[in-house]
Design a protein around this ligand. Structure first.
Ligand code: ADP
Length: 622
């Protein structure tokens, strides 16, 4: 749930909504210019109609000249036609672009997520924040998606009010010509009193309407919480895994109880109580106020007309314009209410978009060397995860020999994966330095630095896209190189069975013609992707965890040839597979507790490596 914060002022509300509009128009150009033009012209159309009708009536009751009548008629028809056509052109454009903007807003979130520091993406708080924003958009209809609608109403109402005022100025300035008590209406004091009274009533109507709208908005917010509960449980009902648990433990009892107790719409629910509260009275009073305004305005118009201040046509002009002003002022207040409510939801959205990229991004390009002489060194490196109390890595010192093979072993939680995440700069250490050819890696261009590493993490990600594109990371690739990488990763047998070869789509997310692949096959494709990238460092975190013993033996038998002249680092629990490595780094409690070749490490019979080795050997000898 959103933290209770102070309500935004109208100025902040406007600022927030306009800031969001600016962001949206960056990815959806033309939306707001169409919105402003369509709404402004649409509201002016009413006044063109009122103005022309008044001129026609005035001519009819005064001189009745056919030429003048025709001129006004033609001018009116042409103006209405041109404006109406322009309105519809921009309105259709706006409607279309509003649809497009939904996808564009989605793109804004994606852009932010893709560009975010890994450390922030890895935080629960970031995902909670995003989930909350999505719920606000979906359930309550507030946030970025609400901005075009609210700004449309705002532009329409503001233009209407100003247009109406423009058409009624002469009501107050024109003078009563007949003698008698009506002459009093020419007094500036009376004019001022009439204006103040009409504005006062407008303000009252607006405030009542805004209060009513606030109740409506509150109901929308309350229903958001209810929708969230309903969504969660209906999703649970649809999931096959959930369905099994529900049947075995009769969990529907908890689900239904929860839905009922949180149901805002049900009898006696929070929305129900709100709707039955004073909202009806508020809207009723607002309507009454509108009648009062209309009555007062009509009285003034009729009295001035009676005193000869203007002709009958102008009576229709003033009456029509003031009725519109009256109506739109109350809408304007309602829109201001929605603007303010949306601004507080936008605060939450901006707290996501404003997450800074705190990671230092250098500018030095990495050397492009064909001899792969990239010298990487950890110097006294210590690292703690954000918010964690304990060090995940402490005072690490390692220098990788170019072209050598390293194994990283150790118990769960000893810091092996964290070590790799630091090496591939997903995180930066709090203490010490990681150096590339003697220079702190933070000084290098981030993208270029990442280009030096091919890593297969345990939780690697493949996409529901063609196999070739998955391996190459792009749609344009060299098919022969992709096939070679797949072959080296042990996937060639399966590749020959695939109906469309490299063009075969993995998984079924975008259609039925995809293929299902097992965990082991996915791991082979991920290894092939790392090989295709052909970076100077090849890092495999538990590369064979999902493979069957035959496939595993096959990969390890060929690993030497596959790695070639790259510097390779393998994290593995299977110690027998590390024997071919030049050096084994044994991790314990975030430190390197032993290092050396397999044979040398085994000689230290009290060491951690020997303990791990013996623990595994036991399974095979028993
Ligand atoms: P290993 O790969 O050796 O199993 P890890 O490097 O994954 O160990 O973890 C080292 C320590 O850091 C563990 O105590 C683990 O709980 C902690 N850790 C790992 N990932 C995170 C994270 N994203 N946030 C906080 N702590 C983490």
């Amino acid at each position: 749930m959103a933290k209770k914060q102070n309500k935004p002022t109208l100025a902040e509300a406007l600022r927030n909504n306009l800031k969001a509009a600016k962001e949206i128009s960056r990815v959806c150009p033309g939306l707001f210019s169409s919105l402003v033009t369509a709404n402004a012209l649409e509201s002016l159309l009413n006044y063109i109609f009122i103005f022309i009708t008044a001129r026609l009536l005035n001519e009819l009751v005064s001189f009745g000249r056919a030429g003048v009548l025709i001129r006004w008629g033609v001018l009116g028809a042409a103006a209405v036609l041109i404006v109406e056509m322009t309105v519809w052109y921009f309105f259709r454009r706006y409607q279309l672009l509003e649809e497009v903007s939904r996808e564009a807003i989605e793109r804004l979130y994606m852009e932010k997520l893709f560009g975010m520091d890994f450390a922030d993406l890895d935080k629960h708080s970031t995902h909670d924040l995003l989930a909350q924003i999505r719920q606000n958009e979906r359930s309550a209809g507030f946030g970025f998606g609400a901005v075009p609608g609210i700004l449309s109403d705002l532009v329409y109402s503001l233009t209407s009010v100003f247009g109406g005022i423009g058409l009624t100025v002469t009501l107050f300035t024109s003078k009563v010509t007949s003698d008698g008590p009506l002459k009093l209406l020419n007094s500036p004091l009376i004019v001022l009193a009439a204006i103040v009274m009409l504005m006062g009533i407008s303000y009252l109507i607006g405030s009542l309407n805004k209060k009513g709208e606030t109740v409506r908005t509150r109901a929308q917010e309350l229903s958001a919480a209810s929708n969230r509960v309903r969504d969660t449980f209906s999703k649970l009902g649809r999931s096959v895994q959930g369905a099994a648990d529900i049947r075995l433990y009769r969990q529907e009892r908890i689900a239904l109880h929860h839905v009922r107790s949180k149901d805002a719409y049900g009898p006696g629910g929070s929305v129900d109580r709100l709707v039955l509260s004073n909202v009806g009275v508020l809207f009723g009073l607002s309507q009454g106020g509108q009648m009062l305004f209309t009555g007062g305005a009509f009285l003034l118009i009729c009295l001035k007309a009676l005193g000869g201040a203007f002709a009958i046509g102008s009576v229709t002009q003033y009456a029509g314009a003031l009725a519109l002003v009256n109506h739109t002022i109350s809408n304007l207040f309602g829109t201001a209410g929605r603007l303010t409510t949306n601004a507080s939801y936008l605060r939450t959205a901006f707290s996501f978009f404003d997450i800074p990229n705190a990671m230092v991004q250098g500018t030095i390009p990495t050397e492009k060397r064909s001899d792969r002489e990239y010298d990487v060194e950890f110097k006294n490196v210590s690292f703690k995860y954000p918010g964690a109390e304990t060090w995940a890595l402490q005072k690490l010192n390692v220098r990788f020999k170019v072209g050598a093979r390293y194994a990283v072993v150790g118990e769960n939680g000893s810091g092996k994966t964290t070590f790799i995440k630091l090496l591939s700069r997903l995180y930066d250490p709090q203490e010490g330095q990681i150096l590339l050819n003697g220079i702190d890696v933070r000084k290098y261009d981030y993208r270029e630095y990442l280009d030096l590493f091919s890593v297969v993490f345990q939780d690697f990600q493949l996409f529901s896209q063609p196999l070739g594109a998955n391996v190459a990371g792009t749609d344009e690739y060299d098919p022969e190189r992709v096939k070679k990488a797949l072959e080296d990763a042990g996937f060639s047998g399966r590749l020959s069975e695939l109906p469309k070869g490299l063009e075969t789509c993995l998984y079924h997310d975008f259609g039925d013609d995809g293929v299902s692949i097992s965990g082991g096959e996915a791991q082979k494709i991920a290894i092939a992707r790392a090989l295709y990238k052909n970076a100077p460092f090849l890092i495999l975190d538990e590369p064979t965890a999902a493979l069957d013993p035959i496939a595993e033996a096959d990969i390890y038998a060929h690993l030497g040839g596959i790695v070639g002249d790259r510097t390779a680092i393998f994290i593995s629990h299977r110690l027998s597979s590390c024997r071919f490595c030049d050096e084994i780094l044994v991790f314990g409690d975030g430190k390197i507790v032993q290092r050396g070749t397999h044979e040398a490490l085994l000689k230290d019979i009290n060491g951690k490596y020997a303990a791990l080795w013996n623990a595994q050997a036991q399974y095979y000898t028993e």
